[in-house]
Design a protein around this ligand. Structure first.
Ligand code: ATP
Length: 513
């Protein structure tokens, strides 16, 4: 199946099975805003738990907070967001569509990469077993030509972004003959900067002082609480503060379902360290965060690091963890070495000292920071895209199954009476009443057993149990595994032992190295 089709199917599957709904749907929706349904919220909560516990339970020196979305407006002045949280936008005069200039150019670079990959694939077919890919990439004239064009574009683009040169960004779009995908023309406007923060007013007077912003990241809530946590928790450097919460960005082009939303959720951790140790800690956090992702079992080949060419003015190293989405490798998480920029700025703007007294060195300094920042919704999207699977079964039937890691699945066990009478529903409820304290169970008595299995496969339930007449006699049931569809007769008293160890967040955490 083409990757585009997979993506379309995932989007409609999410709606059909209660994972994600367009927001305000009965009023025709609200662009780039989504609601999570009954299954989506469970999957999302499990992702958050996996992250939270990996930070706060597994690291003695990381604690959590939950700061308010509304913050003092000067915070966003100090952080640089009021002046510089911009995206370069460009309009096509014919289609009247708006684009991010940097994204148009990045897409163009990806086109050169695709051309190179096509050449490699063609050659692999032609040469078969004896194909030496590395040699081919180094010597084939067509590959070299595409690569040379790509590298030149890359260099020009990085410079334009670093210099904040909007005229040059436009010139690149013209020179590369990039057309609007809707109108097919090159009738472009100038490039302009657009601030992504949402504004609102607090209180009843509408003067300038009452303008506040919906936070575009959760990180600043951590920085402004640094002293509170450090002092009250007696924290010693190195230590981290983690937070999960909503963030808001007025994205110019919001597309690809929940990949780019205007209201979304972030899981951020700021790790405070001694100046000079940041590159060591940056390397460690890169390794740890990649291990966290790969621990889900989606295959190491589906992840890669993308080191930044354009560093924010305060950062001295930055990388993204990208996941192989149906629309290409895309950022899911950013890891940044932010120096002491944020704390120093808040010191300056608030007039309060935010220094750390290091008892070992017997001196005070403003700590440096390594940040790990991951979008819950993008993580959700990567999990669901990778898990979605259509399988041909014997007999020609197809089943749609979400091969979710069991610890993330919304429902862990479905209990089904074979028929709706003769004491079977009561027996099934008895099992649920016992197991519901350990993991999420669902009772299902509607339709044939086959249909019920398909429904549970479609929401990724790892285990199903069927209660039949024999169950009433000998307290055994048929246990069915989602992935293998294997079925086995087991004692009811054994169910908890078989299932629990495989479905808890703890089971996932224990696998983390
Ligand atoms: P992008 O380049 O895709 O706009 P970014 O580099 O601006 O992302 P960060 O500011 O580093 O993103 O935010 C950290 C994480 O928050 C991202 O890796 C992503 O998972 C998530 N995120 C950022 N913007 C959005 C959005 N509009 N919708 C959903 N998730 C987002």
């Amino acid at each position: 199946m083409a990757q585009e089709d997979v993506f379309k199917k995932v989007v409609s599957h999410c709606k059909e099975y209660g994972f994600v709904f367009p927001s305000s749907e009965i009023y025709d929706g609200l662009a780039a805003v989504y609601d999570y349904g009954q299954n989506g919220v469970e999957l999302k909560n499990n992702i958050k738990q996996y992250w939270w516990q990996s930070m706060v339970l597994l690291h003695e020196n990381i604690v959590g907070i939950d700061s308010a979305i509304f913050m003092h407006p000067t915070i966003w002045k100090a952080s640089g967001h009021v002046d510089a949280f911009n995206d370069p936008l460009i309009d096509n005069r014919d289609s009247k569509k708006r684009y991010r200039a940097d994204v148009l150019i990045e897409d163009q670079m990806a086109k050169y990469d695709e051309k190179i990959d096509k050449e490699v694939q063609k050659a692999r077919k032609r040469f078969g077993e004896s194909f030496d890919e590395a040699l081919f990439r180094e010597t084939n004239p067509r590959v070299l030509e595409h690569k040379q064009k790509r590298d030149a574009l890359h260099e020009r683009f990085a410079k334009a972004m670093n210099d904040n040169d909007l005229a040059e960004l436009r010139q690149i779009i013209i020179d590369e003959e990039i057309v609007c995908p809707i109108s097919g023309t090159r009738n472009w406007t100038e490039v302009r900067q657009f601030n992504l923060m949402f504004k609102t007013e607090m209180g009843s007077t509408a003067d300038a002082a009452s303008t506040i912003y919906l936070r575009p990241e959760t990180a600043q809530g951590i920085f402004v609480n640094y002293l509170n946590v450090q002092k009250t928790g007696h924290m010693k450097i190195p230590f981290g503060i983690a937070q999960i919460g909503k963030a808001f960005r007025n994205e110019i082009v919001a597309r690809q379902f929940i990949f780019r939303m205007r209201e979304f959720e972030q899981m951020e951790m700021q790790f405070f360290i001694k100046p000079g140790t940041e590159l060591d800690w940056f390397a460690k956090w890169k390794t740890w965060r990649m291990a966290w992702h790969q621990n889900l079992g989606f295959g190491a080949e589906n992840y890669r690091f993308h080191d930044h060419d354009k560093l924010a003015h305060y950062a001295n190293a930055a990388t993204d963890i990208e996941f192989n989405m149906p629309f290409g490798f895309k950022e899911v998480e950013g890891i940044h070495s932010r120096t002491n920029f944020d704390l120093s700025q808040h010191e300056k703007y608030s007039g309060k000292s935010i220094k750390y007294f290091d008892p070992e060195l017997n001196e005070s300094y403003t700590p440096y920071v390594i940040e790990t920042s991951i979008g819950v919704d993008r993580m959700f999207l990567s999990v669901i895209c990778h898990s979605y699977c259509e399988e041909k079964l014997e007999g020609g039937e197809t089943r749609v199954v979400l091969r979710l890691p069991a610890a993330l699945a919304p429902v862990k066990l479905a209990v089904m009476p074979l028929v709706k009478k003769n004491g079977l529903p009561e027996k099934a409820q008895e099992i649920i009443n016992d197991l519901r304290f350990h993991f999420n169970c669902q009772y299902d008595e509607k339709d044939s057993i086959g249909k019920r299995y398909r429904r549970q496969d479609a929401i990724g339930t790892p285990y199903c149990v069927t209660v039949d007449f024999q169950s009433l006699e000998d307290d055994t049931v048929t246990l069915r595994w989602r992935d293998s569809m294997e079925q086995k007769r087991v004692k009811i008293s054994e169910l908890q032992g078989i299932i629990e160890d495989n479905v808890t967040i703890t089971s996932l955490l224990k696998k983390l190295k």
